[in-house]
Design a protein around this ligand. Structure first.
Ligand code: CP
Ligand code: NVA
Length: 308
């Protein structure tokens, strides 16, 4: 079985995304399987986590396998020990690794020296597992993806990058609304536009919060990501017009509201919006576990489960 690393959402083909979503829906109805019996997952964290740790750890157990969680202070990858040595050691002891890191290059270096599949559990550049759960959530609530209009309001960050690829590969139109200077990386936008072309999906960038009008889904994330804490105060001022609040929701009364969590209520999203009937943030968070099961199987080179 050929290993398939998931370092970027763009590592998936459009067909793979469809198969992963179909399998995730099946897994939601069939939570207990045994195909990972005897296999261990190493979960490596350079940054904090609630959902990623719980969803991966429970997922692998529900699939019959086991998990080793390595916190930042424990292995100090790149400091106590070279990243490539950690990759080689773990490859001899576990079957698969998922890493939450600062630099995408750390993931790439780890993957280059590992002989086991490697999954990005969030980097400064991407959060592919999150984007798959996001697609699953929109699909469950709207019964389709292609042709819907997803608006992402806020920082053009890791979550936004993976979502751009996710929209492009499923034919959703996506508009990123952000302050000037906080756009997603130009190279990511260009790649997403290229991927979106065969599906005639429009990928656009705007600085105007009023462009949220008529959206089918509104997504936001924290204004200062992990590692940007020193910029938080300055960003609160810059991003203030980009808050997802009752006024913005009034312009898109049918829209689902998504947030990867953790949410900073009163900053990027108001408390009433998180609690509103339009909000699907806890479905989204639960879907991490179901979607990641499909990702674990995919990464190990196993064919997707196609049952309904
Ligand atoms: N959304 C997400 O990845 O949450 P955690 O940072 O808690 O893992
Ligand atoms: N953009 C956020 C996502 C957290 C899940 C961060 O990187 O901190």
């Amino acid at each position: 079985m050929k290993r398939r690393d998931v370092l970027s959402f763009a590592d998936f083909s459009a067909d793979a995304v469809n198969a992963l979503l179909a399998e995730s829906l099946w897994r939601k109805k069939h939570p207990l399987t045994e195909e990972f019996a005897g296999r261990f997952l190493a979960l490596i964290f350079e940054k904090p986590s609630l959902r990623t740790r719980v969803s991966f750890e429970v997922a692998i157990h529900e699939m019959g396998g086991g998990c080793v969680v390595l916190r930042p202070d424990e292995i100090q990858m790149g400091k106590r020990e070279a990243t490539k040595d950690v990759a080689r050691y773990l490859s001899r002891n576990v079957s698969i690794a998922a890493l939450r890191v600062f630099a995408q290059e750390t993931l790439e270096e780890f993957a280059a020296h590992a002989t086991i599949p490697v999954i990005n559990a969030l980097s400064d550049t991407e959060h592919p597992c999150q984007a798959l759960a996001d697609l699953l959530t929109i699909l469950e609530h709207r019964k389709k993806l292609a042709g819907l209009h997803l608006v992402y309001m806020g920082d053009g960050n890791n979550v936004c990058h993976s979502l751009l690829y996710a929209a492009a590969l499923t034919g959703m139109h996506m508009t990123v609304i952000c302050p000037r200077g906080y756009e997603p990386e130009a190279a990511v936008v260009r790649s997403a536009q290229t991927l979106a072309k065969p599906r005639r999906a429009a990928i656009a960038i705007s600085t105007n919060p009023a462009d949220v009008k008529g959206a089918d889904a509104i997504y936001t994330d924290v204004w200062a990501s992990m590692g940007q804490e020193s910029e938080a105060a300055a960003r609160r001022k810059i991003f203030a017009p980009y808050q997802v609040n009752a006024k913005r929701l009034a312009a898109a009364p049918e829209a689902l509201v998504l947030h990867c969590l953790p949410a900073h209520r009163g900053e990027e999203i108001t408390d009433d919006v998180v609690e509103s009937p339009q909000s699907v943030v806890f479905d989204q968070a639960e879907n991490r576990r179901h979607a990641q099961k499909a990702v674990l199987r995919y990464a190990c080179g196993l064919p997707p489960i196609r049952k309904r």
